[in-house]
Design a protein around this ligand. Sequence first.
Ligand code: BDP
Length: 696
Amino acid sequence: DDGYDLWLRYSLVKDATRLAEYRAAIPRIVIDSRTPTLAAARDELGRGLRGLLGAELPFTPRGPRGPYLLAGTPSSSREIDALELKRELLAAGSEGYVIRSMDVGGRQATVIAANTDVGVLYGVFHLLRHMQTEGSLEGLRIEEKPRVERRILNHWDNLDRSVERGYAGRSLWDWNALPGTLDPRYTDYARANASIGINGTVLTNVNANAQVLTPAYLQKVRALAGVFRPYGIRVYLTARFSAPIEIGGLRTADPLDPAVRAWWKAKTDEIYRIIPDFGGFLVKANSEGQPGPQDYRRTHADGANMLAEAVAPHDGIVMWRAFVYSPDEPRDRTMQAYDEFHPLDGQFLPNVLVQVKNGPLDFQPREPFHPLFGAMPRTPLMLELQVTQEYLGQHSDLVYLAPMWQEVLDADTYARGAGSTVAKVIDGSLEGHRVTGVAGVANTGTDRNWTGHPFHQANWYAFGRMAWNPAARSDAIADEWIRMTFTSDEAFVRPVKRMMMESREVAVNYMTPLGLHHIMARSHHYGPGPWVTGGRADWTALYYHRADTLGIGFDRTAAGSNAVGQYVGPVRDRFNDRATVGDSLLLWFHRVGWNDRVESGRTLWNEMVHRYSAGVDSVRAMRRAWDGLAGKIDAERHGEVARRLATQERAARWWRDASLLYFQQFARQPIPPQYERPARPLEFYTAHTSDTIPEF
Ligand code: BDP
């Protein structure tokens, strides 16, 4: 098994009783499939049930008698229209659905009803998931709808098919062959996304290339949009702020210049003529060398609003990223986005979402939640998560990211008193926003199994599930993913779920325990680089850990940079106080002496040794657990994961050895005798700069 089918494997139901129940309940399918989306729903039902039940089911207009599966909308199906589901459908909105086992005209039916075709498609995927995880069809009463309006993948894909921070091959978009050739993968990509409720895709890198806005490329984009449309997926593009100069022949990109505004308006109108349901623009401006409105002494709001005005007549949106920080800025880098954007609250047009990374720095293994959440009540904030594992072990490490995302979504901002979680900011319920969104930086590529590491499929899956429902629980998501992707055998599900649920904390331990951050190797960010210095200060490790013989950590308390001051009272106080901050974010907010005691009662140095060592030991335990599962799944995927776990163990040891040796110079204390010694001296590790694991 090469993993191409992801979680949509639809293998024959193993439990004989369940299989018999399913076969009895669904001997035929009634679905009117006159639209492309309903046709996609029908095809998926056919494919799914063929696999699960091991038989080709007839699609009939309406069988003479006996039970059946009925799917549709009140407008596509008179039978659906006649059902007593009016109230439920009213609540389901434009993407929700109702699934019911019910009596229809004296016959037992499993019903999937929705107001829209895409609602039916989502309902179909839900029912198939329910059956893949071997749930009963008896007494089904499911009512679902997404809590977030825009659930979008951000592809950091370049037009030459390289992928920034991609670890699974090249870009899926074959720009040279488009628009003439449509790779069947595009359809499977759309199916996978629709199955987890993702309804948008930004095709291009935030470090943008204006070429994608030229007529030839727009035809290619149109072709992709055509494949995705039946699956409820809209296409978005990144807008390079200087495009009016680069492809428009203007001399400026000043957002207040009438010619610039006219250019964007005309360009946008052109895009919508070609792609009528185009979603809008994503913009990275005045960040890491990207052009932006500040080049003309204008604000982010000026820039965003110019584009927002252009897309507004077409119902488009602008996603304007808050990931900004400046090399000439003496202030703590983690404070700059807040300082820049907080004063702009209320100045953005209603169709602008400000897209904010989960934490104030940059997708680290652990960060506190971003202080902008809750701090811009008049602006819809979109949460940006990184599904691709730039800072979390890239191609090799098994890290299930959903617990990390849950941590941020559950975090209480206290913006409107206790209970003002990030999830409520994002889903619009806290501040009454209608336009809402979650973005995930994709981890897909041309690797046969889409994500390289077989377990990285789980992060794509979990992203979709949590974007649909930010209150979803990471362990429940892991459970269903394992069952759909591998097997429902409890002897496999239980240990694998445990492994997944612990994996993020394990990675934190061998990479950045105790609130350490940004100590990865320079530029490629794969291995350790706590010694990285020189060049731009805020791109060095020293800037962040500040280790010396007295202690280590970034003082962000009121006495230090006062980054804590960007959080609301109770959160600020908790982070500010050494006694309440907790070890997991200790060195993020505090400078701590090497001999100070931490929560475990150990000294800081001993705790650091303990955590790094525990991280490595845990990876070894994961390997043993996985090896013990050989034979429970296909040898191909089992072997692939085993190989990657072996690499992960070497990476973890590399991290541990290099980091402990480096920090030991300052701590000036031995590694206690019960722990394994580093394999090589510090110089060996500092001399190694490539993104491959050294031979040690
Ligand atoms: C950083 C990545 C860089 C991205 C940047 C961003 O290293 O490649 O361009 O984020 O989000 O984490 O814009």
